[in-house]
Design a binder for this molecule. Structure first.
Ligand code: ZN
Length: 427
């Protein structure tokens, strides 16, 4: 059962502090031996957190990325055309930790076609029941600057055919030429690929199937309907995903699978910002504690806590094959007078073999830009969910005001993204 252990109760907004305490000041550490079914140790923090643990802490749905990937993969198993994963690269980038890189097959094809000739900066794509649950709870609790959110199961972004783009204003015409309609009045960042199927509700069904697969003695109805039974199980579910994942194995065979990113989606410029990644070693070989996370030579995120100019940190201890571990590190957000997006590939390597790649995306919004966020992504300075940028998020409902796009606080904001691209390792 998904028992909630005291050590698992981490407030995402204070995760850095908590983890530092747990690690006794070690700036970076990897916690080995975290097999999903093992008895939890003190260090197994993120891997034991439930979805409900994050309802009153943090503002990034990236903490449930592992569970969300399983839900997405389960949908893709049943409906290959309805949902498929994409990999941010080149002109196609993501702007925050929470972006789940899945879309309907047709929508994906047309988004990639758009990116062949234009920059496409994705604030949000597909969203699962787990992400929408957190967004809705944060909205209800008056948290994260979210002044409207769709009820669970009803977000446009659970359709598999919606994206929010940070740079929407420069691509309205070209997106339209690729089948993406700029069709929600008042929600400027939002586009729908209306020729693709609307798979809303399939995320609820997929979750119900995953729950039953992992809890045969506590089965719930697999009806795609979100009610009290489903909600109570969702709250108990591990944020990093179930022990048994999707029913087909073709979607995710990566050796390095990122299952949680704990840290803020936004922070002021020139500020040290802490992140904890939880990664799963899906390979057959143990990862040594000496494996290191490396930034590109031209990195704009260097922090003095790094090993050197580009080596961010080592794992610290082994992650044995089949287990989960954590890697925590700081970046220094750059200073800039103009809004700028940074998208850097980080590499996890054992010195000879690449174990995985992490795409680190950073959008810096300087404080001086008092005109407000034209992209509607919210720049109040307080940590916000990069995934809560819709102003008319609920399907067929006229909800106004999304993620506080007024930008009236004048505080600078930085949207930090760790879009984790999972690479197949040579075997
Ligand atoms: Zn949207």
């Amino acid at each position: 059962m998904a028992a909630i252990h005291p050590t698992a109760r981490i407030a995402a907004s204070r995760a850095g502090t908590a983890i530092s305490r747990l690690l006794c000041g070690v700036p970076i550490a990897l916690l080995a031996g975290c097999a999903l079914d093992s008895e939890p140790a003190t260090s197994q923090v993120a891997s034991n957190s439930t979805v409900a643990d994050y309802t009153s802490s943090g503002c990034s749905t990236s903490v449930v990325i592992g569970l969300s990937r399983q839900i997405s993969d389960e949908i893709a198993c049943e409906h290959p055309g309805g949902l498929t994963s994409f990999t941010p690269s080149g002109n196609l980038t993501v702007t925050n930790n929470s972006v789940l890189p899945y879309l309907a097959a047709g929508a994906k094809t047309d988004l990639i076609a758009e990116a062949a000739s234009h920059s496409v900066q994705v604030n949000s794509a597909f969203r699962t029941i787990a992400q929408q649950y957190l967004l809705y709870r944060w909205y209800v609790n008056g948290r994260c600057g979210i002044s409207a959110a769709a009820t669970v199961g009803n977000s446009n972004h659970e359709s598999g055919r919606a994206v929010d783009l940070a740079n929407w204003s420069s691509v309205v015409t070209s997106m339209s030429a690729h089948g993406w309609k700029h069709d929600v009045p008042g929600d400027s960042v939002h586009f729908d690929h209306t020729s693709s199927p609307d798979i809303r509700g399939q995320d609820v069904m997929a979750f119900q199937k995953l729950w039953n697969r992992n809890h045969p003695a506590d089965r719930i109805a697999e009806d795609g309907s979100y009610g009290p039974q489903t909600e109570s199980r969702l709250k108990q579910s591990p944020a990093t995903g179930f022990a048994i994942g999707a029913s087909c194995t073709t979607q995710h065979a990566e050796v390095a699978d990122v299952v949680s990113i704990d840290g803020p989606d936004s922070a002021p410029p020139a500020t040290r910002t802490h992140f904890t990644l939880t990664i799963q070693n899906n390979g057959t070989t143990d990862w040594p504690g000496t494996a290191v996370l490396v930034a590109p030579a031209n990195t704009q995120l260097h922090d003095d806590s790094w090993i050197d100019a580009t080596q961010i940190a080592t794992l610290g201890s082994d992650i044995v094959a089949g287990s989960m571990g954590e890697i925590a590190f700081d970046v220094m957000t750059p200073t800039t007078s103009d809004e700028m997006a940074v998208f850097e590939p980080l590499t996890l390597t054992d010195g000879t073999t690449t174990l995985g790649q992490v795409n680190l995306a950073v959008t810096v919004v300087p404080a001086a830009q008092g005109g407000g966020a034209s992209d509607g992504s919210g720049t109040t300075g307080a940590p916000q969910s990069g995934d809560g940028g819709d102003t008319h998020d609920e399907y067929n409902q006229d909800i106004t005001a999304g993620c506080n796009a007024g930008g009236t606080s004048g505080a600078g904001a930085l949207v930090l993204a760790l879009g984790l691209v999972l690479r197949r390792r040579r075997r």
